[in-house]
Design a protein around this ligand. Structure first.
Ligand SMILES: [Zn+2]
Length: 488
């Protein structure tokens, strides 16, 4: 029923735009993007055929060549831009055995950058530390030294809960390290045996075995531990690890006809964690970025300024691809008018996060008026940490993040269930029209009044938006302080 309503709305919008009296580039582009395009086939190829794309793996390299080929087939100039990833990490297998008061094999998966174990596994008593608060750790005292600690979690329902998960994990892993535990076992925050992969909060610097246990199995452990009975866990984690290696962003480009040195960037990350096939995170938006470039080219639209279409890599590990771009293109950053990152799945775009920049919010509002039939829209003038706008923001470049309805983003986030069938393709097409028109607005402005912020202005933004805790939770704070990440 809901689907039918969506389909008829979609058709109505399509005819509205295709029969529109205005025949501007914007209107043509909207009609083309809402009409039949290759986007569905692209998503199938990227997700079902190539599959999960952990940076550093063969599948990821395949996806880079695929993205390059897609731009070239569309007649869009494109290149690979290499950069160094700090270290290789991928899971080969992860299993567990519970013994003691009960004997069973719970379903587990390692967090990214968990350390591995020997073939015999790593074994110790499993001790419950509640939700891992400061008080919980205090209560546990020295009893958890050299033991596996078990952390109960709340079920993840909304996007706000996701940031809490990240920031809680940062605190928990800090306390766990200080207490000298053997490793950390998290209860999965998703129901029905669903597992997901989180990044170790210390990223590459992590020194602990960290796993997530299926919620149903974890609840069983917890009931037994709560009765005061004892459990031992044997964890067996086999990894592919290695040192620094080269990864690639794919950058498509349509040169501006009047101000080619002024640049608009729109990007989505090509890489994914390998559990599902990286469909809502973020294959759908990769195919969206490609389709926008393709339709602009097909229609022969010539933007006044240059538009770059970025398929970022290494986002999940460290947002390393877009970070590398800001370093490699540092001399051009003054000329970057605006950048946009789309990374919240296939929920409909309802506006943009405009990064605590009222002048950017005002201009984005004007852009969205040109596509008002796909609204309503409301921007949020807040700063975002955690996706590919980050290094542009820290470099003072005006940056947007697509503000999307949450839809099913949370329930499949980084899960084995993030597959093609979870993508709402109608929304992705509508989002492509919204994003394309917004970009074109900035590309064709008569005069650019948006400015790149200097370090003091970025610092002021951090203070006014209280961004420090988020930057600390992602381990980015030090880089900003010492000038290795962000504007000098
Ligand atoms: Zn993502």
């Amino acid at each position: 029923m809901i689907k039918e309503t969506a389909a008829s709305l979609f058709l109505a919008l399509f005819f509205f735009f295709s029969s529109s009296a205005q025949n501007s580039d914007q209107q043509k582009l909207i009609a083309a993007l809402l009409g039949h395009t290759q986007i569905q086939d692209d998503l199938y190829e990227l997700c079902d055929k190539i599959g999960g794309r952990v940076t550093g793996t063969d599948a990821n390299i395949k996806s880079v060549e695929w993205g390059l080929q897609k731009f070239k087939e569309a007649g869009v100039d494109a290149r690979k831009e290499g950069f160094q990833m700090p270290a290789m990490w991928d899971e080969k297998s992860c299993t567990a055995k519970i013994t003691g008061a009960a004997n069973f094999s719970p379903k587990v998966v390692s967090n990214a950058f968990s350390i591995g174990t020997t073939a015999a596994g790593l074994e110790a008593e499993l001790i419950s530390v509640g939700h891992g608060t400061e008080e919980d750790f205090k209560k546990a005292g020295t009893t958890i030294k050299d033991k596996f600690i078990f952390i109960a979690t709340d079920e993840l329902v909304v996007l706000d809960g996701l940031f809490k998960e990240y920031s809680d994990a940062h605190d928990i892993e800090g306390r766990a390290l200080a207490a000298g535990v053997k490793g950390v076992v998290y209860m999965s925050s998703r129901p029905k045996k669903l597992l997901f992969r989180h990044l170790a909060s210390r990223g590459y610097k992590n020194t602990l075995p960290l796993v997530v246990m299926a919620r149903d199995d974890a609840s069983r452990c917890l009931r037994i531990l709560d009765k005061g009975e004892k459990l031992t866990i044997n964890l067996n984690i086999e990894l592919t690890t290695g040192g620094s290696y080269t990864s690639y962003n794919v950058i498509g480009e349509i040169k501006g006809s009047e101000n080619p040195d002024e640049i608009i960037v729109v990007g989505a990350h090509l890489d994914s964690w390998g559990m599902g096939t990286g469909a809502n995170d973020n294959g759908c938006n990769v195919t969206m970025v490609i389709d926008i470039a393709r339709q602009i080219k097909l229609l022969g639209i010539q933007p006044k300024r240059t538009i770059r279409f970025a398929l970022w890599n290494g986002e999940e590990q460290c947002i390393c691809g877009s970070w590398a771009y800001t370093q490699q293109h540092e001399k051009e950053l003054d000329k970057h008018v605006v950048t946009a990152a789309i990374d919240i799945g296939s929920g409909k775009i309802t506006g943009f996060f405009t990064g605590h920049r009222p002048e950017l919010e005002a201009e984005t509002n004007k852009a969205l008026q040109e596509v008002s039939a796909l609204g309503p829209f409301e921007n949020m003038d807040v700063s975002i940490v955690g996706t590919d706008n980050y290094d542009f923001m820290m470099q003072g470049v005006p940056n947007l993040v697509g503000l999307q309805e949450e839809a099913n983003y949370c329930s499949d986030y980084h899960c084995e269930s993030d597959t093609y069938d979870k993508v709402n393709l109608q929304n992705v097409k509508i989002n492509s029209a919204i994003t394309a028109v917004t970009l074109l607005h900035f590309a064709n402005l008569d005069k650019v009044t948006l400015k790149r912020q200097n370090r003091n202005e970025v610092q002021k933004m951090i203070e006014e938006t209280q961004l420090e805790p988020q930057m600390k939770a992602f381990e980015y704070w030090q880089g900003w302080l010492d000038g290795t990440r962000g504007r000098k």
